[in-house]
Ligand binder design. Structure first.
Ligand code: ADP
Length: 152
């Protein structure tokens, strides 16, 4: 393992939002490198195509060489081992997020005892942003540009 502190930020990112971007920016103060890992399961349909989202997220971080974007289709705990990431980053908006994230982090630690999940509490200005709501707005031709950090 290298001395670099690498953190994996896994998620569906369907789509990646300004809330997610805020988590990445803040994580960069704690870690040398952040790998945004877009989970892709071909059995589950996405609203935004995964390759399209990879390109969009890359464009949002093009000036930051410490951020990379990958697609994965395996256990997050295994991906962390492969990418030499000792940390997982997750964002917390509310108690619903907490309940869910608490369970996942316990399972991930069981699967990979070296992996530490680090939770960042959402910034208040992004607390209301959710991918689910953005998809709904977009579906009915609403303008989602205030919620995403790139042009569609
Ligand atoms: P998943 O399907 O794995 O929950 P998401 O793409 O919905 O993936 O979210 C990825 C991570 O980002 C999760 O930890 C989620 O709680 C967090 N997150 C989502 N929206 C926000 C936001 N507005 N502010 C902070 N964290 C967020």
């Amino acid at each position: 393992m290298s001395d670099k502190k690498t953190a994996l930020f896994p998620g569906s990112f369907d789509p990646f939002t300004k809330g997610h971007q805020d988590i990445v920016r803040r994580a960069l103060k704690l870690f040398d490198e952040v790998v945004i890992a877009i989970g892709y399961n071909s059995a589950k349909s996405r609203y935004f195509e995964v390759e399209y989202m990879v390109e969009r997220v890359k464009s949002a971080f093009r000036s930051n060489e410490n951020v990379s974007v990958i697609v994965y289709n395996e256990l997050t705990a295994d991906l962390a081992k492969k990418t030499d990431a000792a940390f997982l980053i997750r964002g917390l908006r509310n108690t619903t997020d907490f309940e869910y994230e608490n369970s996942i982090s316990q399972v991930n630690r069981y699967l990979n005892s070296e992996l530490e999940t680090v939770f960042l509490i959402t910034s208040p200005e992004y607390a209301h942003i959710s991918s689910t709501i953005i998809r709904e707005v977009h579906k009915y031709d609403g303008d989602i540009s205030p919620f995403i950090p790139y042009e569609l």
